[in-house]
Design a protein around this ligand. Structure first.
Ligand code: NAD
Ligand code: TYD
Length: 350
C-alpha cells in the first residue's frame, strides 16, 4: 500500500486534495499532517474521516525532529505539500511566521525525505504546491509561463518563492524526484472567509460593508478549487521528475467586476431587491505592495496532461454561493473566536 503524506490537508485546497485522493485511490494510505492553525479545520473533512485509508496527524512542519520521526515511523512513500501560511495580508503584519512555516517547514520536509528515501529516490515523489504570486505582477498584457523569472513582492510570495527554490535545489543536488505547480487564485467550498470571495459572501449575507482595496482594479485569474485538485492528481501521477506546471483558470476579473457579479448572485439567492447588495461596496485603503495583475498560461499542462478547467466562472461562483448559504454551521464555526480579532485588526470594528 502506497503511503502518501499530504500536508495542510485541513486547509482550503488541502481538504479538496485529501478528499479526492481518499475517495479515488482506495489502495493508497493517505496521511493528513496539519497543525490546525486558524486556517485548518477538521470539519472540512467530516465526510471522509472514517475511511479506512485515511489518517489525521496533528503536527507542525517547523519541528524537524517530529517530521524526521514521522517519516521513519510511517514509512512515507511520497509527499504532497500544501501546508503554508497563505494570506498576503497576514504576511504583511507578521512576515516571520511565513519564513518559519513556508521556508523552514518545507526544508524540514525535504530533509526528512532526503534521509528516508536515499536508497531509491526514483520510487518516491515530493510534490510542492505553490502559487503564481512568485512571478510578481503583470502589466496590462502578457501571461505567466513556466519560464517567467521569479519576482515576488509580498512576504508571502517571497517565502513561497524561496520554498520553490529549495525544492528545485534538492532535485538538482540530491536527485530527489520533485515536482512543483504554480496555481492562480482558487475559489470554492471550505474557503476561509478572510480571502476576497468568502469574506464578501459572508459580509453580504450579514449586510456588512464589502471592503474593496484601492480602486478595485487589480486583476486575478480565478480557478475552481476542484479543478486545481484534479490538476494536482494528474501532475502527481504523470509529470516527469523535476518538472514545473502552471495551473490557471484562463479567467481574469478585476476585483470590482467580480464583486459586482457576486452581489448580483447574492441578491438573487437571498431574494433581495436587485442592486441592494452592491450598496455595501466600500473602498478602503489599498494593500501595501498590491500586485496589479496575475494571469496564467496553462498551455503546458493542457497539452502534456490533457487538463482544462471544467467550470465557467459564473457557474462556479453560483455553486460557491449556494455552498456557503447551505453551510451556515461551518461558517459560524470558522468565523468565531480568532477570526473576529483578525477582522477587527484588519478592517476596524464593524
Ligand atoms: P490555507 O491557509 O487554507 O491552509 C493551509 C493549511 O496549512 C491549514 O490547514 C493550516 O492549519 C496548515 N498549516 C499552516 N502552518 C502549518 C505548519 N507549520 N505545520 C503544519 N500545518 C500547517 O491555504 P490554501 O489556500 O489551502 O493553500 C494551500 C497551498 O496552496 C499553500 O501552499 C498555498 O501557498 C498554495 N496556493 C494557494 C492558492 C489559493 O488561491 N488559496 C493558490 C495557489 C497556491
Ligand atoms: P486574496 O483573496 O487575499 O488573494 P491574493 O491576495 O492572494 O490574490 O485577494 C484577492 C484580491 O482581492 C487581491 O487583489 C486583494 C483584494 N482584496 C480586497 O479588495 N478586499 C479584501 O478584503 C481582500 C481580502 C482582498
Amino acid at each position: 500500500m502506497k503511503k502518501i503524506l499530504i500536508t495542510g490537508g485541513a486547509g482550503f485546497i488541502g481538504s479538496h486534495v485529501v478528499r479526492r485522493f481518499v475517495n479515488n485511490y482506495p489502495n493508497y494510505q493517505i496521511i493528513n499532517l496539519d497543525k490546525l492553525t486558524y486556517a485548518g479545520n477538521l470539519l472540512n473533512l467530516k465526510d471522509i474521516e472514517q475511511n479506512s485509508n485515511y489518517k489525521f496527524i496533528k503536527g507542525d512542519i517547523v519541528d524537524a525532529v517530529f517530521i524526521d520521526n514521522l517519516f521513519s515511523e510511517e514509512q512515507i512513500d511520497s509527499v504532497i505539500h500544501l501546508a503554508a501560511e497563505s494570506h498576503v495580508d497576514r504576511s504583511i503584519s507578521n512576515p516571520l511566521e511565513f519564513v518559519m512555516t513556508n521556508v523552514l517547514g518545507t526544508v524540514n520536509l525535504l530533509n526528512a525525505a532526503r534521509h528516508q528515501w536515499k536508497h531509491a529516490y526514483n520510487n518516491h515523489r515530493f510534490y510542492h504546491v505553490s502559487t503564481d504570486e512568485v512571478y510578481g505582477s503583470l502589466g496590462e498584457t502578457g501571461l505567466f509561463t513556466e519560464e517567467t523569472a521569479y519576482d515576488p513582492h509580498s512576504p508571502y510570495s517571497a517565502s513561497k518563492a524561496s520554498s520553490d527554490h529549495f525544492v528545485r535545489s534538492y532535485h538538482d543536488t540530491y536527485g530527489i524526484d520533485a515536482v512543483i505547480s504554480n496555481c492562480s487564485n482558487n475559489y470554492g467550498s471550505f474557503h476561509f472567509p478572510e480571502k476576497l470571495i468568502p469574506l464578501s459572501i459572508n459580509n453580504i449575507k450579514n449586510n456588512l460593508p464589502i471592503p474593496v482595496y484601492g480602486k478595485g482594479e487589480n486583476i486575478r485569474d480565478w480557478l475552481w478549487v476542484e479543478d486545481h485538485a484534479r490538476a494536482i492528481d494528474l501532475i502527481f501521477h504523470q509529470a516527469p521528475a523535476g518538472s514545473t506546471y502552471n495551473i490557471g483558470g484562463n479567467n481574469e476579473w478585476t476585483n470590482i467586476d467580480l464583486i459586482r457579479l457576486l452581489c448580483k448572485i447574492m441578491d438573487q439567492k437571498l431574494g433581495r431587491e436587485p442592486g441592494s447588495s452592491a450598496k455595501l461596496i466600500t473602498y478602503v485603503t489599498d494593500r501595501a505592495g498590491h500586485d496589479l495583475r496575475y494571469a496564467i498560461d496553462s498551455s503546458k499542462l493542457q497539452s502534456d496532461l490533457g487538463w482544462k478547467p471544467s467550470l465557467k466562472f459564473e457557474e462556479g461562483l453560483e455553486k460557491t454561493v449556494e455552498w456557503f448559504l447551505n453551510n451556515e454551521e461551518w461558517l459560524q464555526s470558522v468565523t468565531s473566536g480568532n477570526y473576529q480579532s483578525y477582522y477587527n485588526d484588519q478592517y476596524g470594528k464593524s
